[in-house]
Write a protein that binds this ligand. Structure first.
Ligand SMILES: Cc1cc2nc3c(=O)[nH]c(=O)nc-3n(C[C@H](O)[C@H](O)[C@H](O)COP(=O)(O)OP(=O)(O)OC[C@H]3O[C@@H](n4cnc5c(N)ncnc54)[C@H](O)[C@@H]3O)c2cc1C
Length: 409
C-alpha cells in the first residue's frame, strides 16, 4: 500500500490510473502489466478502498453460511506484480479539468484514467427500503445477512407464539434477478439443516422471494425460468411475482396490492445503480447513473477516460439495449480497455468493444442450478457444477495473469 501519489500528468507516456480493483479494474491492471513491458517509463496505479479483490459472484454462499467471507476476499498483494503501484484509499471525487482523482490519500494525477467503480444497491426511492433491508454487495454485507438470519432463528426459537415464531424464522428477499434467486436457493437449502441447532423444527424457517415483474430471472429464456422456478419450489421457496413493493415498514414489505409480506430478515437484491460520486460529477450519465461511453469504452467527449464494468453504459448494437451489470461483461470490457491503452501507447488503432455472450448460469441452492449456454438450457446438478467451474477458473486466472499476457499485442 502506498500513501498519496502526486504525479505529473505531463508527457505522452504519463501515468495510467485505474480506479477500482473489482472484476473490470483488476483485469485491466493484470492485462496491462504484461503489455507495458515495452514501456517501463509508464507508471501504472490501481486505487481501491480495500486491499483485496472481492469475488462478488460467490456472495450468495457467504450470505447462506456455506462460505467464509474471507474466502471471497483475494488479497491484491498476492495477485499484483510489483510494477503496479497500489493505493488503498477512498476515492471522493474527480477534478476532470486538472486530470486528478480526489482521494483520501490526496490527489492522484493521470494521463489516462480507467473508471471501474462498480455499482451499489438501487432502492428505487422505495420508502423505508434502504433503512430496513440488508443488501448483498460486499463480503461484509453477505456476512451480515448470515448473522441476521442466525439471530432471527434464535429469536424465533425463543418465541412462544407459533405465529410469531413463523414470522421471525422467515427470510424475505426483494428482487427475483440472479442474485435474489441464488440467495433464496442457498438459504432454502441450508436453513432446514441448521434449524435444530437453534432449537427449531426443520420446517419452521422459510424463504420468500418477492419480484415486481411477471417472472423471476427477467430476460432469460422461458425454459431457464421454468427450471429455476421448479427448483425453488422443490426447495420450498415461496415465489411471489407481480408483487410490487410500495414500502418497507417495521411490519414488513408493504405491497402495492395491499398485501403485507412479514418476516424476520429482509434482504434487498432488486437492482443496482452507479456510485454516488459519479452522480455528483460532470461525467455524462444515462440509465441508473451509468457513464455513457463511445464504442472504444471512452467517456463521451472525454477520450482520456475509459470506463469498464457495471459503471459503463454500453449499448449492445444487436439488441439496442444497455448491457446488464455482469462480471463476465466487466471482464471483457477490462480486456478491451487494456488493449486500447496499449494500442494508444504503440500508435495502433483502437478496438471497438464487442460483447461475446458466453451464456448465463445461476446456482439455485447448494447442489442445483440452471444454465443457458450456446442455446441449450440445462437445469440440475450439471449447471451447479458449471457455476463452480466458472468461479474456480476465474480465481485461477486472477492468480496466473500476474505479469503474463495471454493475448499479446
Ligand atoms: C451477490 C452478487 C452476485 C453476482 N453474481 C453474478 C454472477 O453469477 N455472474 C455474473 O456475471 N455477475 C454476477 N454479479 C455481478 C458482478 O459481480 C458485477 O457485474 C461485477 O462485480 C462488476 O464488476 P466491476 O469491476 O464493474 O465492479 P466491482 O466488482 O463491484 O468492483 C468495484 C471496485 O471499486 C471499488 N470502489 C468503489 N467505489 C470506490 C470508492 N469510492 N473508493 C475506492 N474504491 C471504490 C470497490 O471496492 C470495488 O473493488 C453478482 C453481483 C452480486 C452483488
Amino acid at each position: 500500500m502506498e500513501d498519496a501519489v502526486n504525479v505529473s500528468t505531463a508527457g505522452g507516456n504519463g501515468p495510467i490510473v485505474i480506479a477500482g480493483a473489482g472484476y473490470a479494474g483488476l483485469h485491466v491492471a493484470l492485462r496491462l502489466t504484461a503489455k507495458l513491458r515495452k514501456h517501463p517509463e509508464v507508471k501504472l496505479t490501481l486505487v481501491d478502498r480495500h486491499d483485496y479483490h472481492q469475488a462478488l459472484t460467490e456472495l450468495p454462499r457467504v450470505a447462506g453460511g456455506t462460505r467464509a467471507a474471507d474466502a471471497v476476499r483475494i488479497p491484491l498483494q498476492d495477485v499484483l506484480a510489483t510494477r503496479v503501484r497500489f493505493v488503498q484509499t477512498e476515492i471522493n471525487g474527480f477534478d476532470l479539468a486538472g486530470r486528478q482523482l480526489l482521494t483520501g490519500a490526496g490527489p492522484i494525477g493521470w494521463r489516462r484514467l480507467v473508471l471501474a467503480l462498480g455499482s451499489r444497491p438501487n432502492d428505487f426511492a422505495i420508502p423505508g427500503l434502504a433503512e430496513r433491508t440488508l443488501s448483498v454487495y460486499s463480503a461484509s454485507d453477505a456476512e451480515q445477512v448470515w448473522t441476521a438470519v442466525n439471530k432471527a432463528l434464535d429469536a424465533a426459537a425463543a418465541a412462544t407464539d407459533p405465529e410469531q415464531q413463523r414470522r421471525l424464522a422467515c427470510v424475505v428477499i426483494g428482487g427475483g434477478g440472479a442474485t435474489g434467486v441464488e440467495l433464496a436457493g442457498e438459504l432454502a437449502e441450508i436453513l432446514p439443516k441448521v434449524a435444530s441447532g437453534h432449537g427449531l423444527a426443520p420446517d419452521r424457517p422459510t424463504v420468500q422471494l418477492v419480484e415486481a415483474g411477471p417472472t423471476i430471472l427477467a430476460g432469460s429464456s422461458p425454459q431457464l425460468i421454468e427450471k429455476a422456478t421448479k427448483i425453488l419450489s422443490d426447495l420450498g421457496v415461496r415465489v411471489r411475482t407481480n408483487a410490487v413493493i410500495a414500502a418497507a415498514t417495521e411490519e414488513g414489505f408493504q405491497l402495492k396490492d395491499g398485501h403485507l409480506v412479514k418476516g424476520g430478515v429482509f434482504v434487498w437484491a432488486g437492482g443496482v445503480k452507479a456510485p454516488e460520486l459519479v452522480a455528483d460529477s460532470e461525467l455524462p450519465t444515462g440509465h441508473n447513473g451509468r457513464v455513457k461511453v463511445d464504442q472504444y469504452l471512452r467517456v463521451l467527449d472525454r477520450p482520456e477516460i475509459y470506463v469498464a464494468g457495471d459503471l459503463a453504459s454500453v449499448t449492445d448494437p444487436r439488441t439496442g439495449h444497455v448491457l446488464p451489470a455482469l462480471a463476465q461483461i466487466a471482464l471483457e470490457e477490462g480486456e478491451t480497455v487494456a488493449r486500447n491503452l496499449d494500442a494508444e501507447l504503440n500508435g495502433r488503432p483502437l478496438e471497438a468493444f464487442t460483447f461475446r455472450n458466453k451464456g448465463f448460469v445461476v446456482s439455485v441452492g447448494t447442489r442445483r442450478g440452471v444454465a443457458d449456454v450456446a442455446g441449450i438450457t440445462t437445469g440440475g446438478h450439471s449447471a451447479h457444477l458449471l457455476k463452480d467451474a466458472i468461479e474456480w477458473e476465474y480465481r485461477q486466472s486472477v492468480k496466473h495473469l500476474r505479469g503474463w499476457d495471454p493475448v499479446p499485442g
